[in-house]
Write a protein that binds this ligand. Structure first.
Ligand code: GLN
Length: 453
């Protein structure tokens, strides 16, 4: 199986991969065959997977889509990579196909912020695949890999899944270990699977999750769960909340039509649509674009030319080495966010921006709890439009930020969210339905998503 997928990655279609090493992959596949022969196969034995390049890997390069990490090799595997990998190390037995492209340090909504070039959407190569897990989504959509890992800080699993017509789930914050996941905004970052179906995502998520208390202090102390168990449950009587703020003027007519049709399908299965309100939806944008850059400005201070990857050549002293390294190594969007983050955390602005954002973040989480008193699951669009054209927002980073409006609220609240393909919009581009659940309700989301397959 690995050989067949490796053959498909030849020539690197869609610029989806950043590192491929067929020798390593085939050695892993051989070890996997040996486990099958010995009767010690793991739950996902031998199934190939591509990892987003923000997960550190021992056997493949890790760049996080940044020039500053060119040449970096991690001495260990991220917990998620380990949990999916060789069963001798406690993993599910999957075989790594390689590392896939993403926005630099996962900052972006179009995969155009990668230092290693944009990724194209397999449905139409003049369009973006979404981001930041654009390589993961394109690889699965183009059948270069049966599955991929992604990370979602403000939508980076759900939005590229929606734009590429695949399924992706971001679990409850804390479900999957962040150990070895290169940090963007630590209070928001969460790993999750991207694959063809809810069924595949359930298998992958069951293997990825689990407490990792010694290595990730925000890891949730809940037992691993079998997310496949409730896939076939009936939707009879299920209350699906429809937030009116997700269906306002900003929602494109083609996406709305696809979502409306998808909701009818759920009604036909006995689910009840309940109107709800998430009144602070619009505030999620400024709140997120204060908190995420604030955390990023701190997290990215470790890339100083001393410990990891790139170091500038001609420098006079330590400070000039730091400055030159960071000036050369970071891309424009990353620099913009470090500057924004340092600004909102600085003396005199901290109360006005950062503290205020934290307060509204709490109110957004409370709004969800009020909504979940009236419904079991929330449904709506993932993004206001289908995937846009490459280069469309090149001179306007704010346009990308605004398009995150429907994914940011669940991220800020730490709730599980997913995207399931339900139709097509303008230009025959895929449309995903977003499902948001209360804490630890991933099985419910997968159950609803499974009805479309
Ligand atoms: N588009 C958002 C951002 O640029 C979300 C990215 C993500 O979830 N990693 O920050």
């Amino acid at each position: 199986v690995a050989t067949a997928f490796l053959a498909r990655t030849g020539g690197n279609p869609h610029n989806a991969f950043l590192d491929i090493n067929s020798e390593i992959t085939l050695a892993q596949a051989q070890a996997s065959d040996a486990r099958i022969a010995a009767g010690t196969a793991g739950a996902l034995e031998g199934v190939p997977i591509a990892h987003k390049d923000v997960f550190v890997t021992r056997d493949f390069a890790t760049t996080a889509g940044s020039k500053i990490l060119s040449g970096y090799r991690s001495p260990f595997d991220a917990t998620v990579v380990q949990k999916l990998g060789a069963s001798e190390l406690g993993g599910a037995g999957m075989v790594t196909l390689g590392k896939v492209n993403c926005d630099e340090f996962a900052m972006g909504s179009a995969n155009e912020n990668s230092a290693y070039g944009a990724v194209t959407n397999p449905w139409n190569t003049s369009r973006i695949p979404g981001g930041s897990s654009g390589g993961s989504a394109a690889a699965v959509a183009a059948r270069l890999a049966p599955a991929a890992t992604g990370t979602d800080t403000g939508g980076s699993i759900r939005q590229p899944a929606s734009f590429c017509g695949i399924t992706g789930i971001k679990p409850t914050y804390g479900r999957a270990s962040r150990y070895g996941m290169i940090a963007y905004a630590s209070s928001l970052d969460q790993a999750g699977p991207m694959a063809r179906s809810a069924e595949d995502c359930a298998l992958l998520l069951s293997a990825m999750c689990g407490a990792d208390l010694d290595r990730d202090s925000t890891s949730l102390d809940v037992p691993a769960e079998n997310f496949s168990a409730k896939l076939g449950d009936s939707l009879q009587g299920l209350r699906i909340g429809i937030p009116k703020e997700f269906f306002g003027d900003g929602l494109a007519a083609d996406v709305r039509a696809a979502i409306d049709a998808a909701l009818k399908t759920l009604e036909a299965q006995g689910a009840k649509l309940v109107p709800i309100t998430l009144p602070r939806t619009e505030l999620a944008i400024p709140v997120y674009y204060i908190i995420a850059p604030a955390e990023a400005s701190s997290n990215l201070s470790r890339f100083d030319g001393v410990k990891f990857g790139h170091r500038a050549k001609d420098y006079t002293d330590l400070v000039s080495m730091y400055k030159k390294t960071r000036a050369e190594g970071f891309g424009e969007e990353v620099k913009r966010r470090i500057m924004t983050g340092a600004y909102v955390l600085s003396h005199g602005y901290y109360d006005a921006y950062y503290l205020q954002a934290q307060k509204i973040r709490r109110m957004i989480a409370d709004d969800f709890q009020r909504a979940f008193a009236e419904c079991d699951v929330i449904a709506g669009p993932v993004a206001p439009t289908v995937a846009w054209k490459l280069g469309n927002n090149a001179s306007d980073p704010l346009a990308d930020y605004l398009a995150d409006i429907f994914t940011l609220p669940a991220s800020l609240a730490g709730l599980p969210g997913m995207s399931v393909p339900v139709g097509f919009g303008e230009g025959k581009m895929p449309v995903g339905l977003q499902l948001i659940g209360n804490y630890l309700q991933e099985a419910r989301l997968l159950n609803v998503a499974h009805q479309y397959q």
